[in-house]
Design a protein around this ligand. Structure first.
Ligand SMILES: Nc1ncnc2c1ncn2[C@@H]1O[C@H](COP(=O)(O)OP(=O)(O)OP(=O)(O)O)[C@@H](O)[C@H]1O
Ligand SMILES: [Mg+2]
Length: 253
């Protein structure tokens, strides 16, 4: 899915991630942890071509990202669903319209506006609504939903284009513990049942340990840990968060 070798990434003249070696295989559920400003979101944005490559090798879904053509970048982006901390949905549209608008290439904007959807599309929406357990809110406008419900719509929307990878940048940071659990449970289901690769920045170490099959620890632009969740000892956690007081996951049970 992803291959980074000795890769240095950043913005204009500033190098943020340095000499990164990172490979992702299909079906992994990767949690990225580290202090604020470490480069976690930068790493994630780089996968959709938003970040400058200074040096090294970089492939996403078989495409060389160093000099990727626009057409191929579009292909890569179609295969990657993105869930942000601020929910990437349109609040004034209802749940169904939001999900359908995620089927980028299949549903032209004009049809979405007049709500002319095909049978096949509505079947798919029904499946997604069930997956994220939002069936009974299908016709509610998204500004009438709770934060956790909106995040679940965002997941359904991201899945609507049947992506290979889902990137989730702090998907639960704005949610209470119960809603956060629901969102993480759904991501887990998406990973295990649909075999979608998931890469997620997570603030809560316990959540990362519970849900992810592999954890990447980043400190000041360097990967300082790459291993299984149960290999993440307190000593390693201290190393990952060196230089910053780490956020205690006091919302955890
Ligand atoms: N658009 C940008 N232009 C220039 N520098 C940027 C830009 N976005 C982020 N940076 C810098 O890159 C570094 C890494 O930022 P990044 O957002 O990747 O951190 P992060 O680990 O996701 O932090 P947080 O946990 O706070 O979200 C920071 O020093 C930041 O100031
Ligand atoms: Mg970030």
């Amino acid at each position: 899915m992803v291959k980074m070798k000795n890769l240095t990434l950043g913005y204009k003249k500033e190098k943020i991630l340095k000499k990164i070696d990172f490979k992702v295989s299909k079906g992994e559920f990767i949690g990225i942890i580290g202090p604020s400003g470490a480069g976690k979101s930068t790493l994630m944005f780089s996968l959709v071509g938003g970040i400058k490559v200074f040096d090294g090798e970089f492939e996403v879904l078989g495409h060389d990202m160093r000099d990727i053509k626009k057409k191929n970048l579009r292909k890569v982006r179609e295969e990657i669903g993105f869930i942000f901390q601020g929910y990437n949905i349109v609040n004034r549209l209802n749940v169904v319209d939001n999900i359908v608008s995620g089927m980028i290439s299949d549903v032209p904007v004009a049809r979405a506006i007049i709500k002319y959807y095909k049978e096949k599309e509505l079947k798919e929406v029904e499946k997604l609504l069930e997956l994220v357990n939002m069936g009974k809110h299908a016709l509610k406008r998204c500004d009438e939903l709770s934060g956790g419900q909106r995040q679940r719509v965002a997941i359904a929307r991201a899945l609507a284009s049947q992506p290979e990878i889902i990137l989730a940048d702090e998907p639960i940071s704005a949610l209470d513990q119960k809603s956060a659990k629901k969102v993480m449970d759904i991501l887990k289901k998406v990973n295990e049942e649909l075999n979608v690769t998931i890469i997620s920045n997570l603030h809560h170490i316990d959540v990362a340990k519970n849900y992810c099959t592999r954890i990447i620890g980043i400190n000041s632009g360097h990967i300082v840990f790459d291993g299984k969740s149960d290999e993440l000892t307190d000593e390693i956690i201290d190393k990952i968060y060196e230089g910053e007081k780490r956020e205690e996951s006091d919302e955890e049970e």
